[in-house]
Write a protein that binds this ligand. Structure first.
Ligand code: SF4
Length: 469
């Protein structure tokens, strides 16, 4: 659910290379981004290239607000496209930081779409500035572009330039890039953020998630491997293993960020979420009459919880699906209204019942407190709060905008203290092992750092590190 104290998604990237579809790429890229909208709602952009000239449009707003038929038609035809939806995890939400970003020196230009957060970006920016690079945006994406340009200038081929640039980068980056007459996709050695490849008529598409491929009818081929550079041009698709892989896909993608119909490692995200609910029912049973989800992200886990516990499932909270980011914030005196704008209880499901309410995560706890109060006001006899992920105890440095430690409820309080804060009859979280098992991936191949403190890459990223300089 996109309530105010939830972590924010990072970004979505999309790209295509097809001469057979030249003339349709702007539209297809629009649809790809449309499917990835959940990964970023602040800005959207599309670039189209014929290998020599690149035209682009990027604006603040949702994909459907930024583009219409006329604007897509105004992008010149070409056989390479790049698209991006953004939520600002480094740098503020401003037009300058919208993507795709362009970077170049002299004859060499690249367009970049990036999902993730670099670690140590301030020091890297200093290094690149001392090499004569100038930066017009405060996002870390321009640093990735500059690193690649620096090697292209020395005459390295595209894959080696990107591979060598990766040696200078630390942190999370799943990137699609237009470079010369090629579409390039690459992923950090941990593969924190997802990126996959599909086949289209006469070429290929790359997308943050498989749902971006599905929408344009692309056939899923495989994921871009951690540490891999994929170059797509008239010669087809080439792979270059640039960095030793140390896989650590973000487990929060399974818990909350990715769309339920996307697939990682062949497993649907929806399936993982149902399994998280089943494990939760085993680990934290409740004596109750009904299981209700917090829509939408708690739905799959609640179904799993209901199935394993035998307690009937019902929709007890109705979500207003049309609340945008711009609605007028209610005053303090109307505090409950803030939540009621988005969720309203169904008394016929809740009144007189012992209710299990399933949510995917608790970050600050403010929304959970309002929710519990709302359920009691609707007549619930008991409210058993169940969370289909473990307590969030630390911040994320790899592209997810989460609160700092002092704002994270579980970093400061015990489960019992949080239960009292939110006013629930009982409160329980899924264990780290239970969450990991539900993904079907070995524990060592997942980043779980915000849940267990084991950070795969040292050093903190700072959201506005490049703006203070
Ligand atoms: S710290 Fe948490 S949110 Fe960030 S990449 Fe790791 S698991 Fe994902």
């Amino acid at each position: 659910m996109s309530l105010e104290d939830k972590p924010k998604e990072a970004c979505g990237v999309f790209g295509m290379y097809s001469r057979a579809l030249a003339g349709e790429l702007a539209q297809q890229t629009y649809f790809g981004l449309y499917a990835l909208q959940h990964r970023g709602q602040e800005s959207a952009g599309i670039a189209i290239s014929d290998g020599e000239r690149t035209t682009a449009m990027r604006e603040m707003g949702l994909v459907s607000q930024v583009f219409d038929e006329a604007k897509l038609a105004a992008l010149e035809d070409g056989h390479i496209s790049l698209g991006h939806v953004r939520y600002s995890t480094t740098g503020s939400a401003s037009w300058e930081n919208a993507q795709p970003e362009f970077h170049g020196r002299g004859e060499i230009n690249v367009a970049v779409a990036h999902n993730g957060n670099l670690v140590g970006s301030a020091a890297l920016r200093d290094e690149l500035a001392s090499e004569g690079f100038e930066f017009h945006s405060t996002s870390d994406t321009s640093l990735i572009a500059a690193c690649v340009v620096a090697f292209l200038e020395r005459g390295y081929p595209v894959e080696e330039s990107v591979g060598s640039a990766m040696g200078r980068l630390k942190g999370a980056y799943s990137v699609a890039m237009i470079c010369r007459d090629a579409l390039v996709a690459f992923r950090d050695p941990q593969g924190f953020r997802p990126l996959c490849i599909g086949e289209v008529e006469g070429g290929y598409a790359v997308s943050s998630e498989t749902c971006g491929l599905d929408i344009i009818g692309a056939r899923f081929l495989r994921e871009v491997e951690p540490g891999e550079v994929v170059v797509i041009d008239d010669g087809g698709l080439r792979s270059h293993r640039a960095q030793q892989p140390r896989p650590a896909l973000c487990v929060f993608e399974y818990v909350y960020f990715a769309r339920p119909d996307s697939r990682f490692g062949g497993q649907e995200v929806a399936d993982s979420r149902e399994k998280m609910g089943e494990r939760l029912a085993e680990e934290a049973p409740a004596d109750a009459d009904v299981v209700i989800p917090v829509p939408d992200s708690g739905i799959m886990a609640a179904i799993g919880y209901s199935r394993r516990s035998g307690i009937p499932y019902a929709e007890g909270l109705i979500k207003n699906r049309y609340v945008g980011r711009t609605f007028i914030q209610p005053t303090d005196g109307m505090r409950q209204l803030g939540l009621r704008l988005k969720l309203n209880p169904l008394p016929s499901v809740i009144d007189g019942k012992r209710v299990v309410v399933v949510d995917d995560s608790i970050v600050r706890g403010n929304t959970s407190r309002k929710l519990v109060r709302m359920l009691f006001e609707a007549g619930a006899k008991e409210v058993h709060f169940r969370v289909s992920s473990p307590p969030v105890i630390g911040p994320c440095y790899y592209g997810i905008d989460m609160d700092t430690e002092d704002q994270l409820a579980a970093a400061r309080y015990s489960v019992e203290e949080i239960r009292r804060m939110i006013g629930a009859t009982s409160l329980a979280y899924l264990s780290v092992d239970g969450m990991v098992a539900a993904t079907g991936r070995p524990k060592g191949r997942l980043c779980r750092a915000c849940f267990d403190g084991e950070y795969p890459v040292e050093g903190a990223a700072e959201k506005f590190a490049l703006e203070r300089r």
